[in-house]
Design a protein around this ligand. Sequence first.
Ligand SMILES: Cc1ncc(COP(=O)(O)O)c(C=O)c1O
Length: 358
Amino acid sequence: MSMYDLTTHQTNGYIDLRSDTVTQPTESMRKAMYEAELGDDVYGEDPTVNRLQELSAQKLGKEAGLLVLSGTMGNLVCLLTHCGRGDEAIMGNRAHTFSSEQGAASGLGGIHPHTLPNQPDGTLDLRQIEAAIRGDNEHYPRTKLICIENTQNSTGGRVLSPAYMSAVGQIAKQHQISVHVDGARIFNAAVALGMDASALAADADSLTFCLSKGLACPLGSVVVGDEDFVHEARRNRKILGGGMRQAGIFAAAGIVALNEMVERLDDDHRNAKTLAEGLSVIPGMTIDPSIVETNIVYFELTAPKFTPGAFAARMKERGVLFSAGAARRIRLVTHYGIELHHITHTLRAFSQVLGEAA
Ligand SMILES: Cc1ncc(COP(=O)(O)O)c(C=O)c1O
C-alpha cells in the first residue's frame, strides 16, 4: 500500500506528475497481453500486431499502420521516409522532433531542420511556413516536409484545431510537399475538441501517436499513412533495428488502449484544469489556467527562496513528484492513476511549501 493511497496502477508511492509516460497498464491490458495470439511480425505474421495496425489506421482515417517502439522511433521513421539526405524539414523550434530527439533526423538521416518559432498557442505561423518553403535553386536544400506537433507539448499541451491542420495541409499541397504530424498526444487533442482523431489527421501524409503516454500502455507508438508510405516506413523501421518478432505481446495492450482508454483522457484534462486553477491563487508562482486545454500544466516558480531543484525536493518530501532542471518554468502532467484527491493533496502541498517561502 502506498503512502498516499494511490491506486495499484501507480507503483512508486508518489503522486507522480513528471509525465504521462509513468502510467501503468490496466488490468484488462495485462489480461489481453497474457492471452495475446502471437507470430513473427518481421514476417507480418503476428495477428495481434496486424489487428492493432488496422485499428490504428481506421481510428486515424488512414490506409495502413505500423507499430514502432516509441514516439521518437515513429517520428524518425517518418522523417526518413519523407526526406533524403540534405532535404529540409520545417518544424517548430519547440517541437519534440527538434529539441528532444537528439537531432536524430540530422544525425542519422542527414535531414536539415528548418525551424520556425512556435507561437504561444503551439502553432507555427502559416505565413512563416509558406515563406520557409524553398524555391528551386541549386544553392538551397529541397524542402520536403512540414512537421506539426498536436498537442504541442512544450507550449503547454496546446491543441491545434482541425482548421489549422487543414490550412497547413493546403500549403503543403500547393507546394507538393508532405505533412507529418507528431501526434504523440493526438487523442488528447481529439478528446479536448470533442471530435474523432481522424478529423485532425485528414491533411497529414503521416502521423505518429503514442500508446505509452496517456493511453497507459507499457510501450509502443503507431505510425499511420497510406499503403505506399507505410511500406517504405517499414523498411526504415527495420534499418533502425525496430523489426520485432512476437510484438503482439504489447500490441495487445494497444488494442485495449484504443478501445477503452481514449474517452477517459477527459478526466486528465479536467484534473489539469483544476490543478491549474488551484495553483493560480498560490503566491510564489505564476500560471495562466485559461491556456490549459489538455493534461499538461506549466507554471513559473517566482518565489526567490527556492531554486527549482530545491522546490522539487521539498515537494517530494510531501509525496509529489515533478521534474525540475535549471528553468523556473516547471511542467506537471496529469494522467491515468491521478485522481481528484491527488490534485487536492498536491495543491495543499504547494501551498504549504510556498507558504514557508513567504
Ligand atoms: C510531443 C512528443 N513527441 C514525441 C515524444 C517521444 O516519445 P517517446 O518518449 O516514446 O520516444 C514525446 C515524448 O514525451 C512527446 O512529448
